[in-house]
Design a protein around this ligand. Structure first.
Ligand code: PMV
Length: 339
């Protein structure tokens, strides 16, 4: 990528992109190295239509420094630094300063993968504003530098993140497995808290890798889960996909619980929801849960199971709301302006 000098870019180069969050069915947890966000394991996800981030990046030679407005408010210094570092990767340290305005239509940092849609939208808007036309795989590698899961939000539908084995990250990118309209499944998201999470995924992953006695087993057993999931998705075998989804989720959380000090991302409503979904399954309604670095419960189901699931979850007092998600689209450019 060519560095842009302050002198050359004195006009405003602005672009807006929209990206959707994704939920991992086979989880990513652990980094090979932190610098380029290289994952220790591959992962498989579903991009979700209802959770989206819209981001506008405007590089402007007249600005003195970067600014970031997140959901209508100035972002924290830590968030601004993360975004500025990311833009330096694209435009070089002598680039023009940028104004970044980003809006999520869902709670930020509550385990709803806002960093995934956020950095996917930022990767496309920033590269477009700088007139860089990247292939999907290159855009995915770039988004990965912002957040590992963002590499998957470049694509719609079912997506696989590859785990490479070189230090330059050339093998660490996502690919599309099956597009948005491949399979009409649902992910219901039971919101049990809208608080920001206390331990971010990078800190949680590092703590786990450094202290869990189960970490190497986690890394070694991932390839088999990925192989099985690919086959189950290909066969549209709902039960198999659901079982593998739950297995990977509980394996990840079991691993996190075995860190010192332990990482427990759930609250009481999280476990209560899981128990109810398990009971529903024994009564013949197929549905499976998955959780990330937060207490929300994502329920993987077929369209016809939605009503009985909603009905059964009415007894869980800790559920604040339930969002319905369908498979979502790839990242897309909304506007591009060179003034
Ligand atoms: O890429 P990050 O830092 O958002 O980490 C994602 C970690 C999990 O959401 C827990 C799992 C996953 O694969 O998305």
């Amino acid at each position: 990528m060519t560095p842009h000098s302050r002198q050359r870019v004195s006009i405003t180069n602005s672009a807006t992109a929209v990206a959707h969050a994704n939920i991992a069915l086979v989880k990513y947890w652990g980094k090979r190295t932190e610098a380029l966000n290289l994952p220790a394991v591959g992962s498989i996800s579903l991009t979700l239509d209802a959770l989206k981030t819209e981001t506008t990046v405007s590089f402007d030679g007249a600005l003195q420094k970067d600014s970031l407005v997140l959901n209508g408010k100035p972002a924290s210094e830590a968030s601004l630094k993360r975004v500025s570092d990311f833009l330096n990767h694209i435009g070089g340290i002598n680039r023009s300063s940028a104004s970044i305005v980003s809006t999520n239509n869902f709670p930020t940092a509550a385990g709803l993968a806002s960093s995934a849609s956020g950095f996917a939208a930022l990767a496309l808007s920033a590269t477009s504003a700088l007139n860089l036309d990247l292939e999907d795989v290159e855009l995915s590698k770039l988004a990965r530098i912002g957040s590992g899961s963002a590499a998957r939000s470049i694509y719609g539908g079912f997506v696989e993140m590859k785990c490479g084995n070189t230090d330059d990250g050339n093998g660490d990118y996502a690919i599309s497995l099956f597009e948005q309209d491949y399979w009409d499944v649902r992910m219901l998201i039971a919101i049990t808290s809208s608080d920001e999470k206390t331990i971010g995924s990078t800190e949680g992953m590092n703590r786990t890798a450094n202290t869990s006695p189960f970490y190497s087993a986690w890394v070694q057993s991932q390839a088999a889960d990925l192989d099985e999931m690919r086959l189950a998705l290909k066969a549209k075998d709902f039960q198999k996909v659901g079982e593998l989804t739950e297995h990977s989720c509980f394996k990840m959380h079991g691993l996190a619980l075995s860190a010192r000090p332990p990482l427990l991302y759930w609250n009481a409503a999280t476990t209560e929801t899981y128990q109810i979904i398990k009971e529903l399954r024994t009564s013949g309604i197929p549905a499976y849960v998955t959780m990330d670095a937060g207490p929300q419960v994502k329920i993987f189901c077929l369209p016809e199971a939605q009503l009985p699931i909603r009905q059964a979850l009415k007894t869980v007092k800790g559920i604040k709301s339930i969002l319905e998600c369908r498979p979502g689209p790839a990242v897309a450019l909304k506007t591009l302006e060179n003034v």
